[in-house]
Ligand binder design. Structure first.
Ligand code: NAD
Length: 355
C-alpha cells in the first residue's frame, strides 16, 4: 500500500487502562482526576456491579445511581442532573454498556461533570465524543469533546457475565464501527490500521464465545477489539449501516446491538462492491473470502436473534424505512437508492443470506 496523498486524522484525548484486574486501580485513578465524591452510574440490572465498584472506590464513592436506561431519555437525564447537583457530586463512574455511558455523557454535556468509564459491553461509546438524548419519539445526537470520559478502565474480568448471545451482537456492533470506518470519507491510514486490528481481534473472539463464555483470553480479545473499534467510531463518520440501524431501532424501539448484528452483513454485501479495498482488508483480518457471509453465519448461529422479524419488525414497516433512509443524503461508497435499501432491509427482516 502506498501512502495516501492527503488526509485528516482526528484523535481524541483519553487515558485507557486495559487488563485483567485493573479495576482495582480505580481509587488511584479517581485521585488522579481529583475526584472525592463520585456517583456510580449503571442500569437497574447492573446494580450489583455498581455496588462492587462503589466498594472499590471506598470513601470517594457517594452512592450508586442505578437508573440508566436505553436511548438516554431526557427525563432520566434531568433527574440525574438534579441528583448530582443536590448531592454535590464531583464526578461520575459509569459502569456498563452504552446506556450507562450515555447517561454519563449527557451529564457531562449539561454540567461538565468529569466521567470515568468502566465498559462491560463492546459498544465502544466510551471512546467517542458522540452523545444522544431522547425526547418522546425524537433522538437528538451531537459531537462534543466535553462528553468524552477522562479515563476508561477496560477490565475483561467484568465482562465474563455478559451472556454469550448478547456478547455476539455487541461484538458485531463493534465490528460495524470498524467496518464502516474502513470506507469512511474521513478515514486515514491510522484508522485503517486500527480498524483492521479491531476486526481481527473481534473475529478471533466471537466464534469462541458460545462454547467458552468465561474464557479470559477470549474476553480479553473481544474487549480489546471493542476499544479499537470505538476509537474508529470516534474518529470517523459512519455511513449507510449506522444510518439504517438508527432509523430501524428508533422507529420500532428495537434493541441496539441486535439490530446492528442482523443488518451489518447485508449492508456490507452491498457496499463492498463500491469499496473493494474495505472488503479485501476485512477478508484479510477475518481470514475468509466472504466477510459478509461470515458475519451473517456468526450472527445466525450464536447471536440473540436471526432476523428483524424475530425482533418485532413487520413486512409492512419496510417502506417507512426506505423513505427515511433516502430522504437526507449522506456519504456512502454506493448510491443510496430505494431499491437497494428495500433489498437490504427485506433480507435483514427475513434473515436470509446476504447477496
Ligand atoms: P446496554 O448498555 O443497554 O446494555 C444491554 C444490557 O446488558 C443492559 O440491560 C445492561 O444492564 C446489560 N449488561 C451490560 N453489561 C453487562 C454485563 N457485563 N453482564 C451482564 N449484563 C450486562 O447496551 P449496549 O449495546 O452496550 O449500548 C447500547 C446503547 O449505547 C444505545 O443506546 C446506543 O445508541 C448507545 N451507543 C452509543 C454510542 C456513542 O458513541 N454515543 C456508541 C455505541 C452505542
Amino acid at each position: 500500500m502506498s501512502v495516501p496523498g492527503s488526509f485528516v486524522h482526528t484523535a481524541h484525548p483519553s487515558r485507557v487502562l486495559f487488563g485483567s484486574g485493573r479495576i482495582r486501580e480505580l481509587p488511584e485513578e479517581l485521585d488522579r482526576l481529583n475526584l472525592s465524591r463520585v456517583v456510580v452510574i449503571c442500569t437497574p440490572r447492573q446494580r450489583p456491579h455498581g455496588q462492587e465498584i462503589a466498594v472499590l472506590a471506598g470513601n470517594r464513592a457517594h452512592s450508586v445511581y442505578a437508573h440508566a436506561t436505553m436511548h438516554v431519555p431526557n427525563s432520566v437525564v434531568a433527574a440525574a442532573d438534579e441528583y448530582v447537583t443536590t448531592h454535590e457530586i464531583d464526578g461520575a463512574v459509569v459502569v456498563g454498556g452504552g446506556s450507562a455511558v450515555g447517561l454519563g455523557k449527557a451529564l457531562a454535556l449539561g454540567t461538565g461533570l468529569p466521567v470515568l468509564a468502566v465498559p462491560t459491553t463492546y459498544s465502544g461509546s466510551e471512546m467517542t465524543p458522540i452523545w444522544g438524548i431522547t425526547d418522546p419519539g425524537n433522538k437528538t445526537t451531537g459531537r462534543d469533546v466535553r462528553v468524552l470520559p477522562r479515563t476508561v478502565i477496560y477490565d475483561p474480568d467484568l465482562t465474563v457475565n455478559l451472556p454469550a448471545p448478547l456478547s455476539v451482537s455487541s461484538g458485531l456492533n463493534a465490528m460495524a464501527h470498524a467496518a464502516e470506518a474502513l470506507y469512511a470519507p474521513d478515514g486515514s491510514p491510522l484508522v485503517e490500521i486500527i480498524a483492521g486490528e479491531a476486526v481481527r481481534a473481534l473475529a478471533t473472539g466471537l466464534p469462541k464465545i458460545a462454547g467458552d463464555p468465561m474464557n479470559s483470553d477470549v474476553r480479553r480479545e473481544l474487549l480489546y477489539g471493542a476499544w479499537l473499534a470505538g476509537t474508529c467510531l470516534g474518529a470517523t463518520s459512519m455511513s449507510l449501516h449506522h444510518k439504517l440501524c438508527h432509523i430501524i431501532g428508533g422507529a420500532f424501539g428495537l434493541p441496539h446491538s441486535e439490530v446492528h448484528a442482523i443488518v451489518l452483513p447485508h449492508v456490507l454485501a452491498y457496499n463492498f462492491v463500491g469499496a473493494p479495498r474495505s472488503r479485501e482488508l476485512m477478508s484479510r483480518a477475518i481470514g475468509v473470502d466472504d466477510p459478509a457471509s461470515w458475519i451473517h453465519s456468526v450472527s445466525r448461529q450464536i447471536g440473540p436473534a436471526t432476523s428483524l422479524h424475530e425482533l418485532g419488525m413487520r413486512e409492512e414497516d419496510v417502506e417507512a424505512v426506505v423513505v427515511e433512509a433516502v430522504a437526507n443524503p449522506y456519504s456512502n461508497p454506493r448510491p443510496i437508492t430505494p431499491e437497494a435499501i428495500r433489498s437490504i432491509v427485506t433480507h435483514a427482516l427475513t434473515g436470509s443470506p446476504p447477496e
